[in-house]
Each structure stands twice: as structure tokens, then as C-alpha cells.
Design a binder for this molecule. Structure first.
Ligand SMILES: C=C(C[SeH])C(=O)N1CCC[C@H]1C(=O)O
Ligand SMILES: [Zn+2]
Length: 598
């Protein structure tokens, strides 16, 4: 009897995966058309398609729940039913779903259309966050210009979305409850398939916090030397507008005037890329070449035809924030990004192509399994490749860096550059969703959004706003992912596990060996390693068909996330920073901010 039931369930599931492939394809097309050309027509069509598909999914769900899948013996079949039993936002009554979709698309279009006037030329008022504001933060060292730009961007892109954000939180929490969760926080956490994910995340932070505090202290000292102690105090948090990035999430742009050994030859990768006439297309072809050097998949013809790799100059409004898209038909995969020729975008291109590679590797899975083993895995694929590309060894292979000394000082400089991207980012990524967990759970109310956000920014990141803030401001929405309802803990996890993946791949490539001090993890390049490529491909092909510890085990032999990879990679830098901060007597950590923001 049960066998017959399961056989019927198996047939049903095959059919449902086909139906869902078509539905998700239709939705992806409508979402893509809106994101790549924000017009009323495209917004209305995106909404109509989403509501139509939500109604279809409600029907499928009733049928799905009529099967006795909880008693099935076939674990795989049971897992598929379990995933489909999560209806998501389609569980909402149509009117509430419409309010949810509208609130998010209003925030998205506010963010995409937001412009500010130039500090030096107040008649030039068409500056977007990409590329103009990003470029100002990369190049300016005028504290007044940076403060003005920071305040204006947070006004036009943050404050403007406070109302829609509250509507989105209320609607999304309704959907969470209809899916059996207390709030969206628990729903997002369920993606990590452990009952103690929050504790795991906190334990990871405890492991890396000492390293972060050392690099924070070192950078604050050099910013104080540059801007003076009226602008940068000796023991307080660092003002957020001086760190080379509008969100202070990575600090690469302060590297050139804060590096440990300034007289060692340095490579300005951006200048080298521009000098060698790199184009957006060449960024993509170079990234593709790395993946094929590992015997992984090339980009399909359709990818080159349908991707948008540069900001169109037809004046349209679009979502410039880089993204990679699966159209769930096993053929159509695209990237949309407004590439500029900088080392940051060279890295981003590898990051986005990592998503596409994951889509390609799991494209033959049932559509319900076409996702990362957990959201952090999807963000880690491209970054793992970029860790090899960023090594002096690989940059020389590419002709972007002349030969130079491979001495200790150069290695510390290299680790410092990587630390400004990878260590610095950890508290930022962690706090962004600690903030939203609090909002979804109601421990942060509409009256204290901004206060709680800045309390977390000070407590974990040791940064403070460039000027007083009030609850009339809503600084969180000035970050794309908050305005676009994109979960962010995935990046925090990615920046931890990518070093576990990197270590295993380097061992497989013969580029690293724990006992061999001459093979530094930070100088490993897996380029052209078939062994590494095969192991990576095996993990990626699994998609979300198994719990993520099974996928991690396939590549690393480990079944848990831990900071051992990142701590091993940066160990020489950690030692150097501790000695340097002691030598200079720099206070490690920070005293409370004196800027009013609550
Ligand atoms: C490049 C993407 C698209 Se998935 C991105 O949003 N990233 C990649 C690094 C962290 C995060 C960010 O920009 O905030
Ligand atoms: Zn990504």
C-alpha cells in the first residue's frame, strides 16, 4: 500500500518539478525585464506575473499536501515534498501579497533612481551610487566632500524608504507565520538547516573578532595620521565616511596610504587593467577562462547574448547592483552588472560568474534542488576562484604585475590588502542581519530602527556616523540588500567557508600543504588544476539535494563551518598587527562614540 503511495508521489513530484520549472522561468523573465528597465509597464507586468504564479502555487500546494509524504521511506522524495510544502510568500492572501511585492519594488526603484548633486558642482545632480558615488569614495580624501556625499546618499536612498520598509516587514512577517515561523528571522535561518545556526554564527564571530580588532586599530591609527586627531580620535570608533566605501563594508580603497611596508613595490591592479585596455567583455572572458582551466563549464552562447555587462547609455532606470540569474529552464543563465574597469569589478565579475557556474553544475537537478547547499555556498563559489586570481603569482601569469620580491614584507602587504576586503567585511555582514532579525522579531520597533542599526555598527564594527542621526533618518535602506529584501547572512557565511573551500582545493592542486611553510595558503593559485576542479564540480552538482554538511564534506572532509581556514590564511598578518599595534601603543578596540545617534 505504502509503496503504491510513494510511487504515486514520485510521479506527482516529477510532474510538479516540470510545472515549477515553467512557472519560475516565467517569473524570472518578468523580474529580469523590470530590473533591467524600470518602467511602470514592466513593474505592473512583474506584479501581475508574481500574483498569477502565486495563485498557481497555492493550487499545487493543496495537491502536494494531499500526499502522505511525511511517512515516505525514500528520503530524497520526502526531501522534495518537504521543500515544496514551504509555500513562501505565495501563502499570503492576494491583497497582502500585492502589498508586499509593491513595498519591495518601491524600495528597489527608489534605490535604483536615487541621485545626488556633486559636492564640487551643485548643478551636476545626476550622480547614482554606481558608478559616481562609488568612485568618489574610492578616490576622494577630502573629509568634507566624503561627509557631504555620505549624508546625501543616505538621505535620498535611505530615509526615503522608511515607510515602505515597515510595510514590507509587516507583510513578510505575515507570510512567515503562514509558513509556520514566528517571524521572517526564523524563516531565513531555516535555510541553514540547523537548529543552532544563530549560535554557530555567534561562535564564528567570537573566533574572528580579535583579528578584526587588530586591523581596525591599525587602520584607525593610519587614518588619524592622515586626517588628524580632530577627525579621527585615538580611541573611539572610526567615522564611517573615511573608509573608502559608502557603507564602510570593505576598506580596500585606504590600502594605498596605510600599507605596512609602503616602499615595497605595489601593484595598482585598477591602473594595470586600464593600461592594458581591459574591457567588461574581457573581464568576463578572463573569468570564464579560469573556470574552464579547472575543466568546469564554459558560459553558454545564450549567456553572451542575453547578459547585460555594462550600464546602458540610453538613460533608462535600472537596478545596477550586480546579480546573476537562473531562468530555471536549464539553458538560460545571465549576469546583469554595470561594469567599470576597476580591480573591484574584476573581482565582482568572478563572484557573479561563480553563481552562473553553480547554476550550470546543478542544472540537471530537479528544479526544487536548484539552489546552493545553503545560501552562503552560492556566494562563496566565485570568491574562491578570486582568491587564486588575487595572488601575486596569478597576477604575474596575467601580466598585471611585474616580477618582484617574494619576501616577508611583500607577503604582509599582500595579506593586509586581502584583510581589508575579507576580515573587515565580517562584522558588517554579520550585523546587517542581526539588525533585521531584531526588526522581524519586534525587538527593534519603527521608533528605534536607526538607533539600533548604529548601536550594532558601533558595537561590532567600531564605526560611527559622520554626523548626528535621528529617527527621521533610515540609514539601513541606503544598502541595496535592505531595500531589495536580499538576506545578507549568506555573505558572512561565505567569507568564512570560502577559506575552508580554498584550503581543500589548494591541497588537491598540490599548492598547499599544512606542514610545508613554503606553500602559504595566501599564495596558492589553483589555476588549471583538474583535481581541484573535479572536487569543486562534485560539490556544486549537488545543489540543495542534501543538507549542506554533506556537500561541504564532499569537498573538505569537514561537516561544520569554522574559522580555521580564515585564521590560518591570515595568521602571519595577525601576528604582525599585534606586534605593530604594541610597538605604536595603539589602543585596540574602541570607546563609546560621542556622535549622537539614538
Ligand atoms: C556582488 C554581489 C551580488 Se550577489 C553582492 O551583493 N555582494 C558581493 C560582496 C558582498 C555583497 C555586496 O555587494 O554587499
Ligand atoms: Zn553573490
Amino acid at each position: 500500500e505504502r509503496a503504491a503511495e510513494e510511487a504515486a508521489g514520485r510521479d506527482y513530484m516529477r510532474n510538479l518539478n516540470e510545472l515549477m520549472s515553467k512557472a519560475r522561468n516565467k517569473k524570472a523573465i518578468a523580474d529580469w525585464d523590470y530590473a533591467s528597465n524600470i518602467t511602470k509597464y514592466n513593474e505592473d507586468r512583474m506584479l501581475a506575473v508574481a500574483l498569477e504564479i502565486a495563485e498557481d502555487e497555492k493550487e499545487y500546494w493543496k495537491e502536494t499536501m494531499s500526499y502522505l509524504w511525511r511517512e515516505y521511506e525514500d528520503r530524497d522524495l520526502k526531501r522534495m515534498f518537504e521543500k515544496y510544502s514551504q509555500l513562501g510568500t505565495s501563502a499570503l492572501p492576494e491583497d497582502l501579497n500585492e502589498r508586499l511585492i509593491s513595498a519591495v519594488s518601491n524600495m528597489q526603484s527608489t534605490y535604483a533612481k536615487a541621485t545626488i548633486c556633486d559636492y564640487k558642482d551643485k548643478t551636476k545632480c545626476d550622480l547614482h551610487v554606481e558608478p559616481e558615488v562609488t568612485e568618489i569614495f574610492a578616490k576622494s580624501s577630502d573629509p568634507e566632500e566624503l561627509k557631504y556625499t555620505w549624508l546625501e546618499w543616505h538621505r535620498v536612498a535611505g530615509t526615503a524608504s522608511k515607510g515602505n520598509f515597515t510595510e514590507y516587514v509587516n507583510m513578510d512577517n505575515e507570510a512567515a507565520k503562514l509558513n509556520g515561523y514566528d517571524s521572517v528571522a526564523e524563516w531565513w535561518l531555516s535555510e541553514y538547516e540547523s537548529d543552532d545556526s544563530e549560535d554557530q554564527f555567534a561562535s564564528l564571530w567570537a573566533q574572528v573578532k580579535p583579528l578584526y580588532q587588530q586591523i581596525h586599530a591599525y587602520v584607525r591609527r593610519h587614518l588619524r595620521l592622515k586626517y588628524g586627531e580632530k577627525v579621527v580620535s585615538a580611541k573611539g570608533p572610526i567615522p564611517a565616511h573615511l573608509l573608502g566605501n559608502i557603507w564602510a563594508q570593505t576598506w580596500n580603497n585606504v590600502e594605498k596610504f596605510t600599507r605596512p611596508y609602503p616602499d615595497k613595490p605595489d601593484v595598482d591592479v585598477t591602473a594595470a587593467l586600464q593600461a592594458q585596455n581591459y574591457t567588461a567583455l574581457k573581464f568576463f572572458k578572463t573569468a570564464e577562462d579560469f573556470f574552464t582551466s579547472l575543466n568546469l563549464s564554459p558560459m553558454p552562447e545564450l549567456f553572451w547574448e542575453r547578459s547585460i555587462i555594462e550600464k546602458p547609455n540610453d538613460g533608462r532606470d535600472m537596478v545596477c547592483h550586480a546579480s546573476a540569474w537562473d531562468f530555471f529552464d536549464a539553458e538560460d543563465f545571465r549576469i546583469k552588472q554595470c561594469t567599470t574597469i576597476t580591480s573591484a569589478f574584476f573581482t565582482t565579475t568572478h563572484h557573479e560568474m561563480g553563481h552562473i557556474q553553480y547554476y550550470l553544475q546543478y542544472k540537471d537537478q530537479p528544479v526544487v534542488y536548484r539552489a546552493g547547499a545553503n545560501p552562503g555556498f552560492h556566494e562563496a563559489v566565485g570568491d574562491v576562484i578570486a582568491l587564486s586570481v588575487a595572488t601575486p603569482k596569478h597576477l604575474r601569469v596575467m601580466g598585471l604585475l611585474e616580477d618582484g620580491p617574494d619576501d616577508i614584507e611583500s607577503n604582509i602587504n599582500q595579506l593586509y590588502k586581502m584583510g581589508l576586503e575579507k576580515i573587515v567585511f565580517l562584522p558588517f555582514a554579520y550585523l546587517l542581519d542581526l539588525f533585521r532579525y531584531g526588526v522581524f522579531r519586534g525587538t527593534t520597533t519603527t521608533e528605534d530602527y536607526n538607533c539600533h542599526y548604529w548601536q550594532l555598527r558601533e558595537a561590532l564594527q567600531g564605526v560611527e556616523p559622520p554626523a548626528p542621526r535621528t529617527e527621521d533618518d533610515f540609514d539601513p535602506a541606503a544598502k541595496y540588500h535592505i531595500s531589495a529584501d536580499v538576506e545578507y547572512m549568506r555573505y558572512y557565511i561565505s567569507y568564512i567557508i570560502q577559506f575552508q573551500f580554498h584550503r581543500s582545493l589548494c591541497q588537491l592542486a598540490g599548492e598547499y600543504d599544512e606542514g610545508d611553510k613554503t606553500k602559504l595558503l595566501s599564495n596558492c593559485d589553483i589555476y588549471k588544476s583538474a583535481a581541484a576542479g573535479e572536487a569543486l564540480g562534485k560539490m556544486l552538482q549537488m545543489g540543495s539535494s542534501r543538507p549542506w554538511p554533506d556537500a561541504m564534506e564532499v569537498l573538505t572532509g569537514q561537516r561544520n563551518m569554522d574559522a580555521s581556514g580564515v585564521l590560518e590564511y591570515f595568521a602571519p598578518l595577525h601576528d604582525w598587527l599585534k606586534a605593530e599595534n604594541e610597538r605604536t601603543g595603539e589602543f585596540v578596540g574602541w570607546e563609546p562614540s560621542t556622535v549622537p545617534y539614538c
